[in-house]
Write a protein of this length. Structure first.
Length: 248
């Protein structure tokens, strides 16, 4: 009986198995401030957030496919968004993550050189006016120019002028939990830079940058798995053994 009790106590007190999964961005884009929504960047190696030296606003979009990434019976305990700044102006500046509220798509637009000015919008591109631009006239428009996003930021980070940047907050965790509960709500996030003054823009490596030596955006998810079936069986066997010892 003492042995069985010891086994049960040890198994009960043992920590659940913790895991970490890293998910690369499934889609990203940049919205370039414009009056007609004719400029886009759906397939370039960079995305942008903030205001340029000329005073034009840029907003980045990023989305991750979370289907099947974490077991349905696991508990997500932490979430981090990691993106790489390859160029920036204005010293340390806040960049906020806001949940996107309208579904958006990306097209094949791929600007030249620094990509800071964008390229002509192509079918499926997200632009300053369009959640999904279509040359045939069937475009889906944002409700608000510059994109539709939650007023409250999910996370805010004082980003530096280069290197990896990591957002982590209870709000970001809450977003991922909501996306797991209702996958249709997973529309990704806007990255909103400091738009109060010119010269604050950040250039991030995009999901398409990996093949060109960049560091694609990734979402790191920590979760705790339930005990393995073998462990549960051992607990049950120990309990049964203990019961028999008591009857004897």
């Amino acid at each position: 009986m003492r042995i069985a009790t010891t086994v049960i106590a040890a198994l009960a007190s043992a920590p659940l198995h913790a895991d970490l999964v890293s998910v690369q961005a499934a889609a990203d884009a940049t919205l370039y401030q414009s009056t007609d929504g004719s400029v886009a960047n759906g397939a370039g190696q960079y995305t942008f957030a903030g205001r340029t030296n000329q005073g034009f606003t840029r907003r980045a979009l990023v989305r991750f496919d979370l289907s099947g990434v974490v077991p349905t019976d696991a508990t997500v305990t932490a979430v981090r968004l990691v993106m790489n700044v390859s160029q920036a102006n204005g010293g340390v500046r806040n960049v906020a993550l806001h949940r996107a509220l309208t579904a958006w798509t990306t097209g094949a637009s791929d600007p030249d050189l620094t990509e800071s000015s964008g390229a002509p919008a192509l079918a499926g591109d997200a632009t300053w006016l369009h959640a999904s631009y279509q040359p045939d006239g069937s475009s889906v428009f944002w409700t608000n120019s510059g994109g539709d996003f939650a007023a409250q930021a999910s996370a805010v980070l004082a980003t530096t002028t280069g290197g990896l940047q990591t957002w982590e907050s209870p709000g970001l965790l809450a977003d991922v939990l909501a996306f797991r509960a209702d996958p249709s709500s997973n529309l990704g996030w806007f990255l909103i830079g400091d738009e109060s003054v010119a010269g604050t823009a950040r250039r991030f490596d995009s999901a398409d940058s990996a093949s060109l030596g960049g560091i694609a955006p990734r979402l790191e998810i920590e979760f705790t798995a339930v005990p393995e079936p073998g462990s549960l069986a051992l607990i049950g066997a120990a309990a049964l053994f203990a019961g028999r010892r008591r009857r004897n």
